[in-house]
Design a protein around this ligand. Sequence first.
Ligand code: ACO
Length: 384
Amino acid sequence: MQDNGKPKIELGLEGVYFTESGICKVDGVNGRLYYYGYSIETLAENSNFEEVCYLLLNGRLPNAAELSGFRNSLAQERPLPDEVAGLIEDSPKDAHPMDVLRSAVSVMALYDPDANDNSDAANMRKSIRLVSRLASAVGAIGGCRNGIGYVKPDSSMGAAGNFFYMLTGKKPDAEAVKVLDLMLLLHAEHSSNASTFSGIVTAATLSDLYSAVTSAIGTLKGPLHGGADQAALEMMHAIGRPENTEVYINDALAGKKKIMGFGHRVYKTYDPRARIIKNRLEILQGSANEEVRNLTSIALAAEKLMIDKLGSSHGIWPNVDFFSGPVYTDLGIPDYLFTPLFAASRIPGWCAHVMQYWKSNRLVRPLEYYNGELDTQYVPISQR
Ligand code: ACO
């Protein structure tokens, strides 16, 4: 209780610990990130998305036979139920892709015999299905938007390869698959971020995994969270040319606007994921594609300006969403798929946290301080 008799309110639950977990450490002071103790740099250098999914769902790295079995399970689950593919095909072309994805996951539950089985084994089966099918659903959303319709997944490819295949109908380029796989790995997990927390809140009522993931997708959509990647690219397009960057950023900051892709609730230093993605931008500076070169120059100019203005002084640094735009543009991925792809990468993290939370489940139910009147007189409608 404070001196004024009010409890201390932690707006946005900032600084509040609500549970313990060994899945992920976000060190916001030193700019470090670990999945089950492995640094993100180590995983980015040595691992791949499928192996990281196994790590997050099982708490340890697989041996070769386990990874091969896991990949087979993912491959088997990749096709979408006809009803889900149909929903994606029939969705209005101007619907928000995150709304389509959220609806698709809801409909997946209707055709999953395990949907309401909350046993550990069923939850693991559903996690594998969700990890596999979210990437398929995002590829299908892309394919249906660009006119080629629902391309059935190819079980010989992993999540990144299949996504490209379903988006374009063509066998993907190996280098593009490698880059997208790294992007998926970098986004796979991030402790009790807003979407994971909302999934846990839903799960903690002893609802089911599909409901938790549906909540998480709805939460990820917002521009203060996963939606920032698309918003950051839109800003780069609005800037237009690298030489306009300074005026644009100064005007935006003077108008108290936020620069999307900067700032973080936990990192008060450079986001280590952004640092890894920035390495790719250094390659893109020499791209043959003029649009990509231009976006890259704008992104690097904006990064330098923002760090000079707000980095050390305000703790506002690039986050994981800032550099994705030029990278995805180079890969031929349209901006409306950025946030859905984020969902397809964060799905192992969501499932891992929900399954872990259930092991010592407690309903999440914080308090709000009531600051209204009491015993208000009810006036009949005819007298109002
Ligand atoms: N650009 C300019 N100013 C910023 C930015 C930014 N990107 N981020 C924070 N600030 C300023 C705020 O205006 C505020 O200033 P004030 O104290 O003068 O009012 C101060 O920094 C604190 O900002 P809050 O929004 O209150 O801090 P919070 O901890 O809630 O911020 C957040 C985290 C929401 C991510 C914020 O930095 C932001 O809105 N960034 C832009 C959106 C974004 O990139 N989101 C993706 C985050 S990463 C992820 O979710 C995957």
